[in-house]
Design a protein around this ligand. Structure first.
Ligand code: SAM
Length: 392
């Protein structure tokens, strides 16, 4: 068919769903007849979604592009707080599968017109009566638009079993609403030319169905609980990295903590250099709410000191105060200590109250033309000079 629309009709249909998701924040979303998973690929970026599931009768189609649903590098670099699980099944929407109950949103984009009328009836029972999600979005061609496609005779696709006018779609929808306890709103994508919007309607018609009550007409929530069946075949399942995973949480926390410990150490060293040059006594510094006076040179007995290294002690509570992300990640100073204490990347003092940053002497010399080692700055620190001199 000619590409009459920009962006394409396919894109506009998926964008309609994406926009709906953005506005309503569903946690569990399933796409029926997901084909090559292009809608799922867009939805996986909406990280308030915790479960994203697709089903299609055609396993070949699913396999073709399903690996595009795998996490990418940024998913590992910036893992969000909540977990996302993506699953793909091969199966028919005319069959009930218990794993598809309890969803917030189920979409069926350009699927129903591929079903024979008896299968369509089964589809309504399965989707509205058994899966019974909070919301269903169904899109299907509007046959009133067809005369605008140049040279189109018959249906838009040779596998279509029907194409409905707006009245046909709406009367089917309203019947479904009545039977299964939903209400529907109608809209669409793919605008008709100016002046013909009302007489023709959208190229793709869309029904948005909202469940009215927690129970269906028979008084069962999500259908009859005796029917626990799993006919769909799981083809793909991936859990995205998230802060729910303790190992990932620890990694992110440690990298944030070390970043801040090194940043504060650098600022403290710069301060020392300036103070030395200007003969200013070392005092508290309130830049960024941080107390530089609490940072000091140390000679930790617990650590295997490397020759040519110096050590700086940066208290945990100082890091906690300077970096709000640390409290977001760990909740309390105690939790944070517990999470980092055994991490091989983090060196801590004996009381586990401070992070120890190692600095190569060479780096100090490179950074500080005044050579802080002989400048008397140690008097301003909390450690006796001879302690660290024994390190050298
Ligand atoms: N929803 C996708 C999209 O928007 O790109 C694909 C739409 S495609 C026109 C229709 C899809 O429905 C096909 O992938 C087809 O395999 C699938 N399909 C047809 N009958 C089905 C059934 N009974 N159960 C599940 N999927 C079915």
């Amino acid at each position: 068919m000619n590409p009459l629309f920009t962006p394409s009709l396919h894109t506009q249909r998926h964008d309609f769903v994406v926009d709906f998701v953005r506005r309503t924040n569903p946690k569990k979303v399933a796409d029926l007849g997901c084909g090559e998973c292009s809608l799922l690929q867009k939805l996986r970026f909406h990280r308030q979604i915790e479960l994203l599931v697709g089903v299609d009768i055609n396993g070949e189609k699913l396999r073709k592009k399903m690996h595009r649903l795998a996490p990418i590098s940024t998913d590992y670099l910036q893992p969000p707080a909540n977990q996302l699980c993506v699953q793909l099944y091969q199966g028919s929407v005319t069959q009930k599968d218990a794993r598809f109950r309890g969803f917030d949103l189920i979409t069926s984009i350009e699927l129903i017109e591929h079903l024979a009328l008896n299968d369509l009836e089964q589809f309504s029972k399965v989707v509205f009566g058994y899966m019974a999600p909070q919301t269903v979005i169904i899109s299907t061609p509007n046959s009133e638009f067809n005369p605008l496609f140049p040279g189109l005779l018959g249906f838009r696709h040779n596998d279509h079993k029907f194409e409905w006018t707006r009245v046909e779609f709406q009367s089917w929808s309203l019947k479904v609403c009545l039977v299964f306890g939903y209400m529907a709103e109608f809209t669409g994508v793919g605008k008709a030319p100016p002046g013909q919007e009302d007489s023709i309607g959208f190229c793709t018609q869309i029904g948005v169905f909202h469940r009215l009550m927690m129970t269906n007409r028979d008084g069962h929530m999500f259908g009859n609980n005796a029917e626990v069946e799993f006919p769909y075949k799981l083809l793909y399942c991936v859990t995205y990295p998230s802060l729910c995973d303790n190992n990932i949480l620890r990694k992110v926390l440690v990298s944030e903590l070390l970043y801040w410990a090194e940043k504060l150490t650098k600022q403290w060293l710069e301060n020392l250099a300036v103070e030395h040059e200007e003969q200013i006594p070392v005092e508290r510094d309130d830049r960024g709410g941080c107390e530089f006076g609490e940072i000091f040179w140390t000679n930790p007995q617990e650590l295997q000191c490397q020759p040519l290294h110096r050590h700086v002690s940066v208290p945990l509570h100082l890091l906690w105060n300077c970096c709000p992300k640390l409290s977001e990640l760990s909740g309390s100073l105690g939790n944070m200590r517990q999470l980092i204490v055994d991490d091989p990347q983090v060196k801590m003092n004996g009381q586990h109250s401070a992070v120890i940053i190692c600095i190569l002497e060479q780096e100090l010399e490179d950074d500080d033309p005044n050579d802080l080692r002989d400048s008397g700055y140690a008097e301003a620190c909390h450690v006796e000079p001879e302690h660290w001199e024994t390190d050298d």
